[in-house]
Design a protein around this ligand. Structure first.
Ligand code: SF4
Length: 491
């Protein structure tokens, strides 16, 4: 059942009435709001309260929108967990949106009363939303600001500010409609394992410990792991991310990212007297060792992987003249070697398992004496996450994969889910979830790439539960207890 918009006043309801949106006039003030909340509770529909309101803090201006993360309830603040997704949908419309608590007052507030509400941490105040706090289903609240601490209702200009608020409400309608269509009962299917792997945890810990031991700044060549949130958090702690070691001041502490580097990078770091701490994942190092062994004895190595990925760049750097990157089965069917009897293959660790096997089998057929890994080089974390998402995708209407766009294993999870015929989307965090994807999706699968922090998954789950997908089932395809030791510089 899609949601309804409740607008307290007639003028607000008129601003919001547009095709496809069910708008009810709830009445102004707590008593009328309580009556409509009672009627809506019986109907069991998701409710979005939308109208004008007053700002409590100076940076919330007339015409801005406030989306409530919490509203007042009978026993204190009540969270409205879908707020970040609604705020993101409103921002995509170009509107100025603030996220925070909205307080409710029995009457219009100003002066000392406004300051008192501001001290509670709320961004805005209205007279109705508290009455909807006890509804059993999804609730959201949006207020368009008319009055502010320095422009109260009694000051000239209120009519113009009121019109500005109503214009913002009208402009918000497409996002409100999306929320109403996205809200509804359903289930979340959590794929397990998901999120951080041992190599990523190790790389992050290396940077954190290096900062503790050697002090900021600690330089990090490339993104230590492919996740924008991780990088931002480490930057805030004092890490400085660079593209190449040539950008690092001589002698500085420098961490090499989890994806591994070419020997030429290590040599350049040495030439600059850098204190190097290597965060290369031991499973990537294992592929480097294989490749070195094959090329050392004169083989040509077919490296199955994506040529532009940092891990592949690093591995190729071990012996660029003897390594040929093979990106797909088509390339495998035509690739050549100076001596077809002296060939081997290796793989990027984060490929799709079935695709990599298809490419390897083409190579094995064409070069019968080719040597390669016993099964594949795809790491345990990639394999486990792909197995888990496969199971979940078979039952889901939509799969959401948390991960950054440059994360290879996250992208593969999207592809694996899609190959099961299920819609799948990659999102860096909840703000990238488009509410339109959720319309009609009652069973939503959730996973995360090996570089995506688990708290982003937890936030996504909270938001989706706030939209009505309250049941959560976890499908566990493997238990992971892998831990890698730290390099001696930080252990
Ligand atoms: S995804 Fe695999 S190879 Fe990459 S860091 Fe994690 S464990 Fe290591």
């Amino acid at each position: 059942m899609t949601g309804v918009v409740v607008a307290p006043m007639r003028v607000e309801a008129s601003a919001l009435r547009m095709p496809g949106l069910v708008v009810l006039r709830g009445g102004m003030g707590p008593r009328r709001a309580a009556e409509s909340a009672q009627r809506l509770a019986a109907a069991g529909r998701p409710v979005l309260v939308a109208g004008v309101g007053g700002a409590l803090v100076p940076d919330v201006r007339p015409g801005d929108l406030v989306v409530a993360t919490e509203i007042d309830g009978p026993d204190g603040r009540v969270p409205l967990p879908s707020a970040p997704m609604l705020a993101a949908a409103l921002r995509r419309l170009g509107l100025t949106v603030h996220l925070g608590p909205i307080a409710s007052s029995p009457s219009v507030v100003d002066g000392a009363e406004r300051a008192r509400y501001a001290r509670s941490g709320a961004l805005a105040v209205d007279m109705e939303s508290a009455e909807f706090a006890g509804l059993p289903g999804p609730v959201a609240v949006v207020r368009a600001i008319v009055d502010t601490p320095d422009q109260p209702l009694w000051r000239p200009g209120t009519v113009l500010r009121g019109l500005s608020g109503l214009r913002s409400l009208r402009a918000a309608v497409p996002a409100l409609r999306e929320w109403c269509e996205a809200a509804g009962e359903g289930e979340l299917l959590l794929a397990s394992p998901r999120s951080f792997c041992a190599g990523v945890e190790r790389a992050i810990e290396i940077v954190e410990r290096a900062l503790e031991r050697y002090g900021a700044p600690v330089y990090v060549r490339r993104q230590v792991v492919h996740n924008a949130h991780v990088v931002r958090r480490l930057e805030a702690l004092g890490a400085v991310f660079v593209q190449e070691v040539e950008e690092v001041p001589r002698g500085a502490t420098t961490v090499l990212a989890a994806h591994g580097v070419a020997p030429a990078v290590r040599a350049a770091a040495q030439a600059r007297d850098l204190r190097v701490i290597d965060a290369t994942c031991p499973l990537v190092m294992k592929v480097h060792s294989e490749v070195k062994r094959y090329t050392g004895r004169g083989d040509t190595v077919f490296l199955i992987g994506h040529a532009d990925h940092e891990e592949v760049e690093g591995t190729v750097g071990e012996a660029p003249e003897r390594i040929v990157v093979v990106e797909d089965a088509e390339a495998a069917a035509h690739v050549r070697a100076p001596d077809g009897g002296r060939v081997a293959y290796a793989m990027q660790t984060t490929l799709a398992v079935d695709e990599a096997e298809e490419i390897a089998s083409v190579l094995r057929k064409r070069f019968p004496s080719i040597e390669g890994p016993r099964r594949d080089d795809i790491c345990y974390a990639t394999t486990n996450r792909q197995r888990a998402v496969t199971t979940v995708a078979e039952e889901a209407d939509l799969v959401l994969v948390v991960g950054s766009a440059n994360s290879s294993n996250s992208l593969r999870l999207v592809e694996v889910a899609r190959r099961r015929g299920t819609r799948a989307r990659l999102v860096d965090d909840v703000s990238e979830v488009d509410l339109r994807w959720l319309a009609g999706a009652t069973r939503i699968g959730i996973t995360a790439g090996a570089s995506a922090p688990p708290d982003l998954v937890a936030e996504l789950v909270r938001c989706l539960q706030g939209l009505g997908r309250t049941r959560v089932t976890e499908t566990v395809r493997a238990d992971e207890d892998v831990v890698f030791t730290l390099p001696r510089e930080v252990s």
